[in-house]
Design a protein around this ligand. Structure first.
Ligand SMILES: [Mn+2]
Length: 308
């Protein structure tokens, strides 16, 4: 099974990656336009905005083949549930595992609407999603203090499993919901792959990658980053795709300058929140494009092999 690469342009972070655009178009993939709602969608949005995007994609870009969608900044990770929905429809999968690479658990409770830090609750509760496995987290959101803000019911019910990169409280395992979760920074690439393979119980897998899971040499993002190397990420997804049907994938975590849309109070709330939660340093834009395009091309190579 191979995926067709495509681009969902929400913030112009990908349109300046010329080689990526060339590869997408050479593979028959699409550059999907958002109709201008990207800034409104950024960080969080109400459901009607997300539905508008879903209708637009289905109307203008109906899915005919499993897709690898490059989405732009991690501030848009909440589009993943709708991409999973499209992938389930296109593949007619009955049960799939979502393999989620991220520096954050994206499991906060948020209402009304959906947040780039809350989408996991939706994805893990999709009927045909059997389990969501989050890999590579370092952020304090999973620590003793931070995890109180999470929707831990997901973990207790076994819908979400967590394999952190390291324990933010400095332990040698992560203690969460009466379970001990092993850390992956102590493991070889092969051991990480085998651990994840032992937790994937469906033949079908959907992969979502937030490049903030990667160390700073391998990605430049709008968020605090983890410690995983691109090499390890590629080795693990390569291993999984050898034995499982990948029904779809998406990639976020391309740095872009923040620009919000919508009414003034919504923009004010978002600027305030971003100021509190996101790093303040402004990376060099040309450098960000170079580093991120390299990672995107390698992910594309790993998931979009030539058709056999
Ligand atoms: Mn994320």
């Amino acid at each position: 099974m191979t995926l067709r690469p495509s681009i969902l342009n929400l913030d112009d972070s990908l349109t300046s990656q010329g080689s990526l655009i060339d590869r997408v178009q050479a593979a028959g993939g699409l550059v999907m336009s958002d109709g201008g709602i990207g800034p409104r969608l950024r960080l969080w949005c109400r459901d009607p905005i997300l539905k508008q995007l879903h209708f637009r994609l289905d109307a203008h870009y109906p899915i005919s083949k499993p897709e690898l969608v490059f989405v732009g900044s991690g501030d848009f990770h909440h589009v993943t549930p709708l991409l999973i929905d499209r992938a389930l429809t296109a593949s007619r999968s009955q049960a799939t595992t979502v393999l989620h690479f991220d520096n954050h658990p994206d499991w906060v409770r948020f209402s009304p609407g959906v947040h780039c830090g809350s989408w996991v609750a939706r994805a893990a509760r999709i009927t045909r999603v059997q389990r969501l496995i989050s890999v590579g987290i370092c952020s304090g959101d999973i620590g003793r203090r931070g995890s109180r803000n999470g929707d831990l019911e997901l973990v207790r019910q076994g819908r979400v499993e967590i394999y952190p990169y390291r324990d933010p409280d400095g332990g040698s395992v992560l203690a969460l919901c009466n379970k001990l979760w092993p850390l992956i920074n102590y493991k070889s690439d092969g051991e990480i792959a085998e651990l994840l393979m032992s937790r994937i119980e469906t033949p079908d897998v959907y992969i979502t990658i937030d490049k903030d899971v990667l160390r700073s040499a391998d990605a430049v993002t709008n968020w605090d980053q983890g410690g995983l190397s691109l090499e390890t990420l590629l080795s693990v997804i390569g291993r999984v795709s050898r034995t499982h049907r990948i029904i779809g994938a998406d990639v976020v975590g391309d740095w872009s300058p923040i620009h919000y849309g919508g009414p003034w109070w919504e923009r004010a709330l978002k600027y305030g929140e971003a100021w509190l939660d996101q790093p303040h340093d402004h990376p060099d834009a040309a450098d960000a494009i170079k580093v991120n395009e390299r990672a995107n091309l390698k992910i594309l190579d790993a998931l979009c092999k030539t058709l056999v």
